[in-house]
Structure formats: structure tokens, C-alpha cells
Design a protein around this ligand. Sequence first.
Ligand SMILES: NC(=O)c1ccc[n+]([C@@H]2O[C@H](COP(=O)([O-])OP(=O)(O)OC[C@H]3O[C@@H](n4cnc5c(N)ncnc54)[C@H](OP(=O)(O)O)[C@@H]3O)[C@@H](O)[C@H]2O)c1
Length: 303
Amino acid sequence: MPATRLDGKQIALEIRGEVARDVQQYVAAGHAPPKLAAVLVGEDPASQVYVRNKERACAKAGIASRLDRMPATTTPDELLERIDSLNQDESVNGILVQLPLPAAPAGQPALDERTVLDAVDPIKDVDAFSPINVGLLMQGRPRFLPCTPHGIVQMLHRSKIETAGKHVVVVGRSEIVGKPMAMMLAQKDGSCGPETANATVTLAHSRTGNLAEVCRSADILIAAVGRPEMIRGDMIRPGAVVVDVGINRVGDRLVGDVAFAEAEQVAAAITPVPGGVGPLTIAMLLHNTLLAAKLQAGDCSIG
Ligand SMILES: NC(=O)c1ccc[n+]([C@@H]2O[C@H](COP(=O)([O-])OP(=O)(O)OC[C@H]3O[C@@H](n4cnc5c(N)ncnc54)[C@H](OP(=O)(O)O)[C@@H]3O)[C@@H](O)[C@H]2O)c1
């Protein structure tokens, strides 16, 4: 029997509806609508689409947004100045810098991602990339959870997929997906999402020996690699849950890191690409923007 498809679109809509209702209540209590500022440097077409989608999603949830477009010729100082002014601007609750940053023109210093992300005030860091927010997550008392892994946790929970006592294999150790994903699922209690923790986690990467065997030992396999269809059907244990984070353009198609047609014959449940993890990332960004506004208004204390 083919695997159950985990419908990320539907779960994301549910979460977005919840955020919109919370925003309404927040505004009804006398607050200004939460506001997200997106900084987009350069003209990367995919980044422009991502930012536009985020703006639309904000509008639908009653969240205000502003887009700061900066040319690809922006210097590091100019970008840091812009972030500083957004940090100081009390009307802005959340700041995101759209990645990747463009390469610097010849003769100009490069825009260093780490330096730029570190400059965002941790209380406005809705992507949860700052060392403070990463540290709080590590300690099991997160303030903001990074959007993609948080979306996956929500999807597992809302699909009634238990992680406690399960072996989760995460393939990919990026700062934005793999590492925080592993950390969230390994937490002792529900601090990183209701009842979604207490897993035994293996974090695999390009230097992992016998990746196929490691993957086959997973009850839940999460692929965040960026290589089209590299996880084949024979790398999946029959009855496993497969979460495909990858978004890879192959010709005019978007494909994941998992060979879907093979995997769905083996797995018990699987996320499609597109329509799986992607929509959840934006939903959790909205959640974080409202949380940022509440924290700044002193409405809730976390961390
Ligand atoms: N759905 C969403 O909202 C969303 C959000 C973010 C990213 N993504 C997608 O998710 C994918 C991963 O993104 P990312 O930013 O996490 O990736 P990344 O920073 O490029 O990291 C890729 C990871 O995969 C590992 N890797 C590469 N080749 C491998 C191999 N042959 N075997 C095992 N591991 C291998 C790398 O290992 P090393 O560390 O050893 O190099 C690295 O840890 C991309 O397709 C991206 O577009 C989707």
C-alpha cells in the first residue's frame, strides 16, 4: 500500500489560521499589528519569489510587513547600518535577511552571512539564527524556534506521529535545518513543540560511513541535503516516516531529496515536494513574528 502523504499545505493553513486569530486578539487588546521587515539584497529571482510569498502570507494573517530592497552593490557597512536602523525601529517586531546574500562586485568586500545575521537584534530574530537563540534552543529553553525544523515538528505532532523513543535519522547538518532539527527532536521534554521530543537522533552528513545502512535504521528519516532524489527506496525501512526537506529544481520540475515514487512504496508516511515541508516554513515565520511582537510588548516571557 502506498504511503500516506503528509499534507504540509493543509497543516500550514491550519497554523496560519491559528496565527491570524491570535493576531486579531492581540490587536483587539490595543496593540499595533505585528510587523515583519524583510531585507532583500540583490536580484536573485528565487529570493524575490520567497520574499513576495512571505509578504502575502503576512497580509493574510493581519501582520504588517515592509520590504527593504538593497542593490547587489550594497557594502557590508551599508547593510549593517540598515539592520541597525531596523533594530532601533520600535515599529518593527521581526527582521529577516533573505539568504543567500549576493557575491560582492569586484574590488568590494564580501557580505559575510554570519556577520550580517549576528547583527540582527536577538529579540527580533524571527529566523532564530542568532547565537543567542541557537544557544537557548541548545539549552532546551528556546525563544524562537527556526522555522523549517519547527514546521516539521508541528507536522509530526499534528499528524499524530510520535517521536519519543524513536530513532530519527537527519541527513544534512546545516545551521538552518539539520542541526536545529536534530537538537529539537533530542530535547528531553516538550520545550520545542508539544510532545515532540525524546527521540534518539543520528545526524548524518557527507562524511557519514554507509549512509544507506544508517538511513535504513531510521523510524523517521528526515532528508535536508539539497541533492535531487539521492535517498532511494532501498535506503528506507519498510513502515518508516519520511520527511523530505529538499527543494531542487530539475529542468522545470521541483523535486525533493527523496526519490518519491520509490519511497512511497516502502514508507508508511511521506511528505511530497512541493506541498510538504515548504508551506510550513512560512507558517512558522508568521508564528515567530507574532511571538516577537508579544515578547517586545511584554505579553509573554520565554527564555
Ligand atoms: N522546505 C523548506 O522550507 C526548506 C528550507 C531550507 C532548505 N530547504 C532545502 O533543503 C535542502 C537542504 O538545505 P540546507 O540549507 O539545509 O543545505 P546545506 O546548507 O547545503 O547543507 C547540506 C547538507 O547535506 C549534506 N550532504 C551533502 N551531500 C551529501 C551526501 N552525498 N550524503 C550525505 N549528506 C550530504 C552536507 O554535508 P556536509 O556538512 O558534510 O557538507 C550538509 O550538511 C535544500 O534543497 C534546500 O533548498 C528547504
